[in-house]
Design a protein around this ligand. Structure first.
Ligand SMILES: C[S@@+](CC[C@H](N)C(=O)[O-])C[C@H]1O[C@@H](n2cnc3c(N)ncnc32)[C@H](O)[C@@H]1O
Length: 242
């Protein structure tokens, strides 16, 4: 059986056909069991079914961070675990970071906990995610994270940063120009894309170069995060823009 535990909630794989939910809840020590069919729309909201229990809010501990979230309202991608910590470890002392698609703080919270950034500007369009972002900033006792409720296309141009995280995989390339315009000389973007395997080494970096307004682009790394669909990978490209 395939399942994942997020806080004290068990998420069963859609292929699970059993109905021994009470037994499973005891075995895994969870209060609720759910299935999440898929994540829909720009705001990345779950389409779900509750199979056991009622409460869908929980606190998930990962990499020394606390993430409060409601799994009926916002998404959690276990497959992004390593990437969340990888980014936090890259942030240098005193950097200003913009997290353009901040969600509940998937990247902003680990950066706040593990790095020594001067400011992390976290922009999120979904009010449910934004409210959890604010709560997670408090839970993790962070004082250098500035949460903003709004569209990153409108909010990002108000700031300049040394590092910009674009942790979103739907039409992210439409936001590249805005991101690069807000990046200080020599700054780094972490650009996410879902890309057919044969285009991994070409399409994402070509898109970055095409939106860089003639600025020099240095490819630092192409990191495969996880399989997204058959033949399609979720990748992140780290690029320095001069
Ligand atoms: C769910 S996160 C992606 C997951 C994350 N990379 C992780 O580590 O699990 C993407 C977030 O971007 C937000 N979003 C989408 N469009 C946006 C926009 N134009 N401005 C700000 N936030 C946006 C969504 O509401 C969502 O919360």
């Amino acid at each position: 059986m395939k399942y994942k535990k997020i806080g004290d909630i068990l998420i069963l794989d859609n292929s699970y056909l059993g109905n021994d939910f009470e037994e499973l809840s005891i075995k895994h020590n969870v209060k609720t069991i759910m299935k999440i069919d898929h994540i829909q729309g720009t705001k990345r909201e779950p389409v779900y079914k509750i199979l056991f229990g009622e409460e869908t809010e929980t606190v998930n501990k990962e990499n020394g961070c606390l993430f409060k979230l409601d799994l009926s309202k916002v998404m959690w991608s276990k497959g992004n675990n390593n990437e969340r910590l990888r980014i936090a470890k890259l942030v240098n002392d005193g950097e200003t970071v913009i997290d353009m698609f901040a969600g509940i703080g998937y990247f902003s919270i680990p950066i706040g906990v593990h790095a020594n950034a001067s400011e992390i500007i976290s922009i999120e369009i979904n009010p449910n995610s934004y409210n959890f972002l604010c709560e997670n900033i408090r839970l993790n006792k962070l004082n250098n994270v500035t949460p903003i409720l709004g569209d990153c296309k409108i909010e990002t141009p108000k700031f300049k940063a040394d590092r910009i995280i674009m942790g979103y995989v739907k039409t992210t390339h439409h936001y590249l120009n805005v991101a690069i315009n807000s990046l200080n000389e020599g700054g780094i973007i972490h650009y996410h894309e879902t890309v057919p395997e044969k285009l991994i080494n070409t399409r994402p970096i070509e898109r970055i170069i095409s939106q860089a307004n003639g600025r020099d682009v240095e490819l630092l790394k192409i990191n495969k995060i996880k399989k997204y669909a058959p033949g399609v990978e979720h990748v992140v490209v780290d690029a320095r823009i001069y």
